[in-house]
Design a protein around this ligand. Structure first.
Ligand code: GTP
Ligand code: MG
Length: 201
């Protein structure tokens, strides 16, 4: 069995308040309720490290975790979700600013996982943020479809293909996952480990 040590490091209201860790960092972004915290818990193998909720807008701070094991160490940041329709307008603007500042300024950041709900696909706002993040991080953004278990098997592939098309990506560049069944999680971990191993300070 692989021994992996994961811990919560800190919550911060903005990028300036995050500590300089000097270790490579992975960020999880996406619409509110898309399954960011659930996927993160699943891939690091801790059921309740990042808080999940049926109520959108649960994660409101930059939550930093560290993962050590299998010969590597990296940080993970669970970001607040965007597009939460019920949030007041100024709160929404504040979240967007927090996310944009984090993505454009964080030194440690090596890979962004941008999550898309398989049933919702890609909306205009998602496509815009995906493009923006790709420019800010020079393409180090991986598109991940979530909640595949919510669709019957036969509909999963076409739905992933639709996401790829909307993002102008080859279909193989969208990773289909489910935090409930664990589908696709191993492939995701492989991508993360290879990004961390390829990182040179
Ligand atoms: P915010 O922090 O509010 O932006 O949400 P989030 O993106 O972190 O989503 P979260 O992980 O809290 O999940 C939202 C809801 O979707 C919860 O009720 C989860 O149980 C559910 N959910 C997440 N992933 C999956 C999945 O793969 N399959 C199914 N069926 N439900 C999921
Ligand atoms: Mg969350």
């Amino acid at each position: 069995m692989l021994l992996v040590d994961t811990r919560f490091v800190t919550s911060a209201p903005n990028v300036e308040a995050l500590p300089e860790t000097g270790i490579p960092e992975i960020a999880v972004i996406g619409r509110s309720n898309v399954g960011k915290s659930s996927l993160l818990n699943r891939w690091i193998g801790r059921k309740r490290l990042a808080r999940t909720s049926r109520t959108p807008g649960r994660t409101q701070l930059l939550n930093l975790f560290s993962v050590t094991g299998a010969g590597i160490q990296y940080g993970v940041v669970d970001l607040p979700g965007y597009g939460f329709a019920d949030a007041p307008k100024n709160a929404r603007a504040g979240w967007m600013e927090m996310i944009e500042e984090y993505l454009s300024q964080r030194q440690e950041l090596i890979l962004v996982l941008h999550l898309f709900d398989i049933r919702r696909g890609v909306e205009d706002e998602d496509a815009e943020i995906f493009r923006w993040a790709g420019e800010a991080r020079e393409g180090a953004v991986l598109a991940v479809a979530t909640k595949l278990d919510k669709l019957p098997k036969a509909k999963q592939k076409p739905a992933v293909a639709a996401i790829a098309k909307r993002l102008e990506l080859p279909v193989a560049r969208v990773l289909g996952t489910s935090s409930s069944t664990g589908q696709g999680v191993e492939a995701l971990v492989t991508e993360i480990r290879s990004a961390v191993r390829g990182w040179a300070p």
